[in-house]
Design a protein around this ligand. Structure first.
Ligand code: UFG
Length: 343
């Protein structure tokens, strides 16, 4: 029988892409998700248990029924702006929920935990690229809730003999290259999907928040990493812990920063649509530049991003917004990935 992995938040964007790769690697992903932000249609590689991570009885029943060997804990709220308006929800789900997941792991002798953390735990870093040793000084309740999650996991690990892989994602984006899963949040606030929505006419224009940053073209620079690369990093983390590897906390990024204007340019070139733009004031709490030093993940996990060039990101994401990439780099027409379902 296949090794079972409990995937909290497995109906979400990064969780569902990870389930697909877990399944391809011979694991059975058991998704535990309350579907508040995730999509039932994205659960296709194993059973779905609908439940909230804070509901300890339902969580315990799911673990007793499926007996997973490890937990990948994605389930969380992840909008920076919303976290400022509703901190209670963020601490309840991201901190309280994480404690419930860890207690359930402990009660059932599940020792290996993979935790979704964020570059938001670094706040406004003073030096780039961001290393794991950089100070973690988050500037939003969201970032603080993720940092608290990290600290709680570390304390549980040292007291109760658990092992963890804390994965600090930079900007997740793109979509399954085989077209089975896409990026589609409600509400959608992330840059790349919104640029694609503007390109396809679903929204009137993309608002660019700030053009006077101290960057080459004045717009914010971020480290965009393809969701299928992130998914593969989870698999590597699982294998690492399974093989007796030490606990770790690593950045998952590419090491390259790219600006908002460069993304706009790539979308226009690849879709051959003009993207209407409205220039706006800076969004509070946005660092000018943020990109990872990806060296530790490479050394500890052998992980290197492979699909995270902007062309691959845009080409894989575009079909979910009704946009067919028009040209390959070679100039030959691109095939449209089969879009079984948007998620
Ligand atoms: N942006 C725009 N217009 C938009 C949306 C975004 O100009 O319509 C800009 C933002 O100001 C930012 C960049 O595009 O400069 C990227 O914004 P996103 O909202 O896509 O991503 P963030 O970098 O703000 O957020 C990401 C993750 C969060 C995480 C955060 C840490 O989505 O979960 O990185 O900085 F907390």
């Amino acid at each position: 029988t296949r090794r079972r992995i409990l995937v909290t938040g497995g109906a979400g964007f990064i969780g569902s892409h990870t389930c697909k790769q877990l399944s391809a690697a011979g694991y059975l992903p058991v998704v535990y998700d309350n579907l508040s932000r995730g999509n039932e249609k994205s659960v296709a590689w194993g059973p779905l248990v609908v439940g909230d991570i804070r509901d300890r009885r339902t969580l315990q029943r799911a673990i007793a029924a499926h007996r997973p060997q490890a937990i990948i804990h994605f389930a969380a709220l992840a909008y920076v702006g919303e976290s400022v308006a509703e901190p209670a929800d963020y601490y309840s789900v991201n901190v309280g929920g994480t404690i419930a997941v860890l207690d359930a792991a402990r009660a059932n002798g599940i020792d290996n935990i993979i935790f979704s953390s964020s570059c938001a735990t670094y706040g406004m870093p003073r030096a780039l690229p961001v290393r794991e040793t950089s100070a973690q000084k988050p500037v939003s309740p969201y970032g603080r809730s993720k940092l608290m999650g990290e600290e709680i996991i570390k304390d549980y690990a040292s007291a109760y003999g658990m092992k963890y892989a804390i994965l600090r994602y930079f900007n997740a984006c793109g979509a399954d290259p085989e077209g089975e899963l896409g990026e589609w949040h409600t509400p959608e606030t992330h840059l790349i999907p919104r640029v694609l929505m503007a390109a396809s006419g679903m929204i009137e224009a993309i608002e660019i928040f700030g053009t006077d940053y101290e960057t080459a073209d004045g717009t914010c620079v971020r480290d965009y990493i393809h969701v299928s690369d992130l998914a593969r990093a989870h698999l590597k983390a699982l294998l690492h812990l399974d093989a007796g590897g030490e606990s770790l906390a690593v950045n998952l990024g590419t090491g390259r920063g790219i600006s908002i204007k460069e993304i706009l340019g790539a979308v226009e070139r690849i879709t051959s649509r003009a993207v209407p733009v409205v220039y706006k004031a800076r969004r509070p709490g946005d660092p000018a530049g943020l990109f990872a030093d990806p060296g530790l993940a490479r050394r500890r996990l052998g992980f290197v991003a492979e699909l995270s060039d902007i062309d691959t990101i845009v080409r894989t994401a575009a079909p979910f917004f009704g946009l067919a990439p028009v040209l390959r780099a070679s100039g030959a027409p691109a095939a449209m990935p089969r879009a079984k379902r948007a998620s």
